[in-house]
Write a protein that binds this ligand. Structure first.
Ligand code: HPA
Ligand code: ZN
Length: 364
């Protein structure tokens, strides 16, 4: 093959190329509070976002009051003081507890609109939003309430925020597969507007193989497939998610770096990894952001994107993730454009929508 080139490398079409500076694209620039860098806001797709993890402390108190719920916290300061996590489970305990304030369709819609408004500022132009229906059913909130509430906000998202969206039903891997199968059937029976399924909650001890039938059924129903793997769990969970569940995308996936053969496979097959750096720091999967494997993952040629996971809990939205990564690793504009392009290529959006987003990223 002739490797000669007489044009500059383009991160939008050639993500495997080494880092090189891109010319300015004329896109809006945002000041980065607390760090020296100024980071250009790029149009991106956010692919790893739990809508319940966008519930901000202020909204928790507002919804509690609206619904006549007495919270076990004296005020915002006490609640905020609890956002110190030692691992995934310590976060999940608070995340599930705070969902108690979500009771009505309006509550779900308000939470979703608050995320979309903030995501718009962060440059998000397409969002693939996970929700945890089983967590709401367990509290006596119906599927209709949670699904219709979120879906009502998504229905006007393009018009209101310029963000195209799709909904992912995530299943809790610490519950039995039978529960997931029942809920999937109920979602299909009610014609819920879901495009994909995911797998989340406590990873270690709940391996992908436990959900083989669930993913087979979702595939038969024409749904797209993704799963959390290799967040706290081992690299083998990533392999099993691909081989046993047949997922198209891996949420997190950072533990792939423990297995060079797996890295090679992920690179060769361009498997998307939806990485969430601030989440990994807050849940102590890595010690500090400076220890995060994202630069090594990019250097290895992995198809990584940057996402916020549970932004209300982990200290930032996707723009904050980009800003802090840029400050710590001096990411070049080429690297950021490559991450943005990866997010778009890796989305479940239509080819037309992807082309539109790539065009916008290209300054068009
Ligand atoms: N990991 C696993 N499950 C989750 C997460 C996460 O970061 N957020 C919400 N559910
Ligand atoms: Zn997640």
């Amino acid at each position: 093959m002739d490797n000669h080139r007489d044009t500059a490398p383009n991160p939008l079409t050639e993500p495997e190329l080494p880092a090189t500076e891109l010319p300015a694209t004329g896109l809006p620039v945002a000041d980065l509070a607390g760090a020296e860098a100024v980071v250009r806001i790029l149009p991106i797709a956010e692919l790893h976002l739990h809508i319940e993890g966008t519930l901000q402390p202020e909204l928790i108190f507002e919804l509690a009051e609206r619904n006549g719920i007495t919270l076990p916290y004296s005020g915002l300061d006490e609640l905020r003081g609890l956002y110190e996590f030692s691992d995934l489970q310590s976060f999940l305990d608070l995340y599930y507890a705070n969902m108690a304030v979500l009771r009505t369709e309006q509550d779900f819609a308000d939470m979703t609109r608050a995320y979309l408004a903030r995501a718009q500022e962060a440059g998000v132009r397409h969002a693939e939003i996970m929700m945890d229906p089983q967590a709401h059913l367990a509290r006596g909130v119906s599927l209709k309430t949670c699904v219709n509430g979120v879906a009502s906000a998504l229905a006007t998202s393009v018009e209101d925020f310029g963000i195209s969206t799709l909904l992912i039903a995530a299943f809790l891997r610490d519950l039995p597969e039978e529960s997931a199968l029942e809920v999937l059937d109920a979602l299909l029976a009610m014609n819920a507007p879901i495009a994909a399924i995911g797998l989340d909650s406590a990873e270690v001890g709940n391996p992908p193989a436990k959900f083989e039938r669930l993913f087979a059924r979702a595939r038969e129903a024409g749904l797209r497939l993704t799963a959390h793997a290799g967040e706290e769990g081992p690299a083998s969970y990533i392999i099993d998610s691909l081989d046993i569940l047949g997922v198209e995308r891996i949420d997190h996936g950072i533990r792939c770096m423990d297995d060079p053969e797996l890295v090679e496979r992920l690179v060769d097959d361009r498997i998307p990894l939806t990485v969430c750096p601030l989440s990994n720091v807050r849940l102590r999967t890595v010690d500090t952001l400076a220890d995060h494997p994202l630069p090594a993952m990019l250097a290895a040629g992995l198809n990584v994107s940057v996402n916020s996971d549970d932004p209300a809990y982990f200290g930032g939205y996707v723009d904050d993730n980009f800003a802090q990564l840029t400050a710590v690793f001096e990411l070049s504009e080429f690297d950021r454009a490559r991450l943005a392009a990866n997010s778009i290529h890796s989305s479940f959006a239509s080819e037309d929508r992807k082309a539109e987003l790539l065009d916008e990223l290209n300054g068009g």
